[in-house]
Design a protein. Structure first.
Length: 217
């Protein structure tokens, strides 16, 4: 009996998924190296640590982008999602009572949340994650942007330009695609930071209250 040997693919024989993975990694490296090159003098001491951790987080982001389902179209060459932008920021349609009702039920550490930002007539929606919940005080703490009441109100003066929103398809689409508005008109989208991209890649579009766990590659 003759054993049949299955030829192993060489590194240059990339599948479409491998090619897309490579494109995503390249785009993320270019983006993050540029961001780090713009670091202020005060942050130079942290630069070696950030550079050493970069490969791990870029591989994780690229893997998540490919393996978790999303409602959005992926541009692998720019490591970003795209979708038709609404004429106006969808945050204005949310009411405080609806936001509070959602967080009273869904607020747990690890939840990925959208934050409306308005500064000098420029509007956008940022992403953050919950790392602490105070049920008795009806408030939660976001990892990057501090404390918010369940109704969305910021509880720290340095983040007064932000407002916590309930995750919904239109809201999360705008956040993931980096949609922005200036003077109530659409303007060019921004590129998400690697941290936001990692959060966005784990969104469960069927149930925003239950994001996916990180993958490892």
């Amino acid at each position: 009996m003759i054993d049949v040997i299955t030829p192993q693919p060489h590194f240059w024989q990339s599948s479409p998924d491998n090619q897309t993975y490579t494109e995503l990694c390249n785009a993320l490296y270019e983006r993050e190296i540029y961001r780090l090159s713009q670091s202020s003098a005060d942050n130079l001491a942290l630069l070696p640590k950030r550079l050493s951790s970069l490969p791990f987080y870029i591989r994780r982001a690229a893997s998540n982008l490919l393996q978790y389902p999303s409602e959005l179209a992926l541009d692998s060459l720019n490591a970003s999602w795209y979708h038709r932008q609404a004429a106006r920021c969808p945050a204005s349609k949310q009411q405080a009572s609806v936001i509070a009702e959602f967080y009273q039920k869904a607020a747990v550490p690890g939840l990925i949340v959208p934050l409306y930002s308005e500064l000098h007539t420029a509007e956008q929606i940022l992403l953050d994650s919950v790392d602490e919940v105070d049920l008795s005080g009806q408030r939660l703490h976001c990892n990057n942007y501090g404390w918010f009441g369940f109704s969305g109100t910021p509880l720290q003066a340095q983040h007064s330009q932000l407002f916590l929103l309930k995750p919904a398809k239109a809201i999360m689409t705008a956040a993931c695609c980096g949609h922005q508005w200036l003077n109530n008109d659409k303007t060019a989208p921004r590129l998400l930071s690697l941290r936001e991209l990692l959060l966005a890649s784990r969104l469960n579009w069927r149930n925003f209250a239950k994001p996916y766990l990180p993958l490892h590659r």
